[in-house]
Design a protein around this ligand. Structure first.
Ligand code: PMP
Length: 381
């Protein structure tokens, strides 16, 4: 029996031996879809700043303005003194943007899923839970200790079968999906899911992390206008250019979360500078139609070019375009080759994606131009 540190060192040695060692490397987002790394300017195909808002001066200015006006910290949790008028104003804006009755802010997307899901399940003890096989790690964090019925990715027939088999006798049914899958860039059929959920009297919860700002009317996401979705979670950390997350839902569910959700109640309220950045992003996003169209066109061009070169793009129909490679070693080698050619396209490996499906996850940014996509295709060819 070794000491705790020895056990940790053994664990790390096993990670290294398994080829899964990871480390942090400084990067700096730059304009025009670029990123700085190791003193080099690379074309960035890896970050999630889809609309280029993370470097938009309006967000930085309003973050500074609201920091000066309201302070850099909220000072307390929401239910004590942490609720500033700005929190309520942003929540009202988010609800209007998403087309829901209400919204509630959370510290991050990961934290929102980890906190909200157990709070919702507490309202229906014994609920049968159904998840798409590819849902994000943070949804699994929210389901820690909960038995999941996992359906094949985007396979509604399989979900229906599982609902029949495991849902009928349960006191409630909860279905968890994403509107855009983060590593495949494909979409869920939300109207069909909502119909299926209604037929089984199931609660449908959707993670819109990668759709928010990019897809749907005015960038409002794919849930907008689809009836029968109980709760939508999304982030401000990707297309909206800053940090933090929201859930958009009925006033009833918001009240439930305010009164029962540990990850809402016992954490300090989001800081005013962040709220300023979000406010500015919400001013800009609905009007960024040209950027959304440009992203869609770039993605079409990239997918067509990858298909010609024999790459599987896993059903992508969005700004996230995977090029499935297969083995971890091949994927790492290709990613390194691209870095040598001035492009950053991170290798995504198990456990983030299933074994044998290691890939380059190519994320497009509105700052890219056609020449950037063509350069990537050339390097991959
Ligand atoms: N859900 C999905 C589908 C995601 O891809 C991510 C980010 N990787 C999150 C939630 C977490 O969001 P955040 O980065 O704001 O914590």
């Amino acid at each position: 029996m070794g000491s705790f540190d020895e056990r940790v060192a053994d664990g790390l040695a096993a990670i290294r031996a398994g080829g899964r060692w990871r480390e942090l490397r400084p990067s700096q987002l730059a304009q025009a879809g670029r990123i700085g790394r190791d003193g080099q300017g690379l074309i960035d195909f890896s970050s999630n700043d889809y609309l280029g808002l993370a470097l938009h001066p309006r967000l930085a200015e309003r973050a500074a303005d609201w920091g000066h006006a309201y302070g850099t910290g909220a000072g307390a949790s929401r239910l004590v003194t942490g609720t500033n008028a700005a929190h309520l104003a942003i929540e009202a804006r988010v609800a209007a943007f998403k087309g829901t009755e209400a919204a509630l802010l959370f510290a991050s997307g990961w934290q929102a899923n980890a906190a909200v899901i157990p709070a919702l399940l507490a309202a229906a003890p014994g609920a049968a839970v159904f998840t798409d096989r590819l849902v994000h790690a943070s949804i699994h964090a929210g389901l820690s200790g909960v038995r999941q019925h996992r359906f094949r990715h985007n396979d509604l027939a399989h979900l229906s079968e599982l609902l029949d088999r495991h849902g009928a006798a349960a006191p409630a049914r909860v279905i968890l999906v994403e509107s855009v899958y983060s590593m495949d860039g494909d979409r869920a059929d939300l109207p069909a899911l909502a119909t299926l959920a209604a037929a089984h009297d199931a609660v449908l919860i959707v993670d819109e992390a990668h759709a928010t700002g990019v897809l749907g009317p005015g960038g409002a996401g794919l849930c907008h206008g689809v009836p029968g979705i109980a709760l939508v979670m999304g982030t401000f950390s990707k297309a909206l250019g800053s940090f933090g997350a929201y859930v958009a839902c009925s006033a009833l569910l918001r009240d439930w979360l305010v009164n029962t959700c540990s990850g809402f109640i016992f954490t300090t309220a989001p800081p005013p500078p962040l709220l300023g950045a979000i406010d500015a992003a919400l001013d800009l996003v609905p009007g960024m139609t040209a950027e959304r169209t440009h992203l869609a066109n770039l993605a079409d061009r990239l997918r067509a070019g990858l298909a010609v070169r024999g790459f599987d793009t896993a059903g992508s129909t969005t700004q996230i375009v995977p090029a499935i490679i297969g083995t971890e070693a091949d994927t790492l080698a290709l990613s390194a080759r691209l870095a040598g050619a001035g492009m950053l396209a991170a290798a995504i490996r198990p456990p983030t994606v299933p074994a044998g499906t290691s890939r380059l996850r190519i994320a497009l940014r509105a700052g890219h131009d056609i020449a950037d996509v063509d350069r990537l295709l050339e390097a991959l060819g």
